[in-house]
Design a protein around this ligand. Structure first.
Ligand code: HEM
Length: 481
């Protein structure tokens, strides 16, 4: 144990490990009452050893937080530890010290799959990529994320199609399981920005392809999560399933991309990420396809699951729903008003999206291998430790939000909620697109339907993404204008 005097303490503030603490110099660290005159050693971090169901990680992690505090360590293979963090200040410290090439330890199975297919992939992709390899891919797409923004007309057409398809699929009680339709809408929407094509996922028939792609991405996610958390169990069996899912995913996108290549040879196209990448000559064909796959994979679960939970919350809060509808009607006063043609902002709808991302984020948090020694929660954590940033647990604590389990959009706080997208220069590539899509879908669907929910609190499972354990059935009443 190192005990230091007040003077030494302030000296350390200026020099040693403390320099990594990123709040204003005058702010005291949140853990000062626990360790008023010293930094605790790594060994002192409480250790958790219990076996747990990976599908219940958020609850298990919250239990650790409640029992042991803001930092716990969990023994992993080869004498290493994962360190679990539950405080926003520690998230900020980790991200601010990320360096040029932030390391996120996951997606090993995807790396293996792609490395075994070098004729198709020049690099392993954004998910598993590290160091210069990751940076190479990220730089290719960096200047081109503007391509994630156009196609407003097509994006809005896709939501209009979603509204119509919801109407035709309500049962005689007005009930519907929205999630499969939101998945199809997400597939259609990423197709619009990535390929500048409508993929017919919301057509009345012949739309099974979208369902199979969503299924393949969900299975891939689950296998990534299981093999990251527990690389030793059933690895071969899981890898075999992943190969099947990824072969299918690749074959579908390959076909779309071959069509685009043929089309742009006949006539150049300015919209669409694939088009921009192919025509700019800035990357190999294999890298372009890898990036398109990563964008599809990144979007098929996250946005639909967030939209679903936003609808669940508004269904349970009629007053908030009515105000949001009023706001949407002001932006789009007529039946055929176009969302993107109005400049009117959507303050409440935006707050609904942020509050949903706080209370029901599609993912539990993020991870980093820290690249220098850091002081986290008052403990000294050595470089190259894998730390897990439990955003979801932090968002559900009284110390951060009053009555944290209540849905209160008025308190939405974008500056903190942005951590749901990770941080530093490795932050989610689809953040702006995701937020735009969420605002668009929530506004348009609330304008067209009244929502009701008669069931109780739903319980969630985690399969890399947080999902309702059972189908979430909402009751919708179309609004005739
Ligand atoms: C609510 C929606 C979303 C959430 C909460 C979310 C969250 C995240 C998080 C936490 C990361 C890790 C970032 C880091 O390590 O700092 C990430 C990475 C990524 N996301 Fe998202 N995401 C969302 C939507 C999307 C969408 C729509 C796309 C595609 C259009 C996408 C594509 C990606 C990609 C490609 C990466 C890897 C970035 C890299 O490692 O360089 N995400 N996302």
């Amino acid at each position: 144990m190192i005990v230091i005097s007040g003077k030494q303490f302030s000296q350390r503030l200026c020099v040693g490990a403390w320099r990594t603490f990123s709040s204003k110099v005058t702010d005291e660290p949140y853990w000062i009452a626990k360790f008023p005159d010293r930094i605790a050693s790594f060994d002192e971090i409480p250790t958790v050893t219990e076996k747990y169901n990976p599908r219940k990680v958020p609850e298990v992690a919250e239990g650790w937080f409640k029992k042991y505090g803001h930092v716990v360590k969990e023994p992993m293979q080869y004498g290493k530890y994962n360190v679990h963090l539950f405080h926003f200040d520690d998230f900020r410290t980790v991200y601010r010290n990320d360096g040029e090439f932030p390391i996120r330890q996951s997606h090993y199975v995807i790396a293996q799959y792609r490395q075994e297919r070098k004729h198709l992939y020049d690099h392993v992709g954004l998910g598993p990529g590290q160091g210069a390899e990751w940076s190479h891919l990220r730089n290719i797409i960096k200047g081109k994320t503007y391509a994630l923004r156009p196609s407003q007309e097509k994006s809005e057409d896709a939501v209009n199609d979603l509204v119509e398809i919801i109407k035709t699929n309500l049962n005689d009680k007005g009930e519907i399981e929205l999630l499969p339709w939101l998945h199809r809408w997400a597939f259609e929407s990423i197709g619009i920005v990535a390929l500048n094509r409508r993929l017919n996922a919301l057509a009345k028939s012949n739309n099974e392809l979208a369902d199979k792609m969503v299924e393949a991405s969900a299975l891939t996610d689950e296998i990534i999560a299981l093999t990251t958390m527990d690389p030793t169990t059933m690895y071969d069996e899981r890898y075999k399933q992943l190969v099947e899912a990824q072969d299918f995913f690749y074959s579908v996108l390959r076909k779309y991309i071959d069509d685009i290549k043929r089309d742009i040879e006949l006539e150049p196209e300015s919209d669409g990420i694939a088009q921009v990448l192919f025509q700019s000559g800035s990357c190999t064909e294999n890298d372009a396809i890898t990036l398109i796959m990563d964008l599809f994979h990144g979007s098929l679960q996250t946005v639909p699951l967030t939209a679903l939970m936003a609808f669940y919350h508004v269904a349970r809060h009629g007053d908030i729903q009515a105000k949001a509808r009023e706001e949407a009607k002001q932006k789009m006063p007529k039946k055929d008003s176009r969302y993107f043609r109005s400049t009117q902002s959507l303050g409440l709808t935006q707050s609904i999206v942020y509050e949903t991302l706080r209370l029901n984020p599609p993912i539990i948090g993020n991870g980093r291998v820290i690249q220098k020694d850091l002081v986290l929660g008052g403990y000294s954590v050595p470089a190259y430790t894998n730390v897990l940033l439990h955003y979801q647990v932090a968002c559900r604590q009284e110390e951060n939000y009053k009555e944290p389990l209540k849905f209160i959009p008025d308190r939405a706080e974008p500056n903190r909620t942005v951590y749901v997208f990770g941080g530093s220069n490795r932050m989610c590539l689809g953040r702006v697109f995701a937020l735009r899509q969420l605002l668009l879908v929530v506004a348009k669907v609330i304008k067209n339907f009244e929502f009701f929910y008669d069931g109780g609190e739903i319980s969630m499972i985690n399969q890399m993404h947080n999902k309702p354990e059972k189908p979430l059935i909402l009751r919708l009443k179309p609004i005739d204008e």
